[in-house]
Ligand binder design. Sequence first.
Ligand code: PLP
Length: 205
Amino acid sequence: MNKELYFNIKDKYPNVRIIAVSKYTSDENIKELFSLGHKEFAENKVQDLLRKKEELSKEISWHFIGNLQKNKINHLIKTKPILWQSCTSFALAHEVDKRLDYKLDCLLQINSSCEDSKSGISTQQALDEYLKIQNECSNLNLIGIMCIGAIDEKYTQKSFEDCYKIYEEVKKYGAKICSMGMSSDYELAIKCGSNMIRLGSILFK
Ligand SMILES: *Cc1c(COP(=O)(O)O)cnc(C)c1O
């Protein structure tokens, strides 16, 4: 794993929370980063999250960042993630909320790039949907937004800026987390206001 880069990013951006996305890396690499003091990791498949939570250090805080199928909701709830970043709609939020027997922190995933391949709520609907989840899902603690930047570099910045505008809106309702930026675009995301970056390939290559 790329220790030097990890510590450089930590030094350069002390106010940005780094989430290590471990979906494509070995357990050995996770253990190594953990041994350096890093505690927050993310997975995009519920079954991987379940296994890693079971087998790796209990001190790791796990985030869930993947597409959640309905038949995996109970499993996700069982893993008690520290943050569910990929809530894509009120309908899904409601399904999770009614089965929860504890308070789960979550983010609304916004599709600001308007790319069909990405899930998430459109920027136009985001504020309404955010407030609806906040008002009607009592077991969910909605504390911000997440977005994946547009893959087409011409639009990446615009997609982050659009998301940040929504973040500014929802801050009035208590939002604290703006999760934007991955290996290829984290610096741009931070410039656009991100306070949480999700790094996979760049850390573990
Ligand atoms: C895989 C993934 C990441 C990390 O991607 P890298 O390009 O490897 O840094 C971040 N966010 C989400 C939602 C992902 O699925």
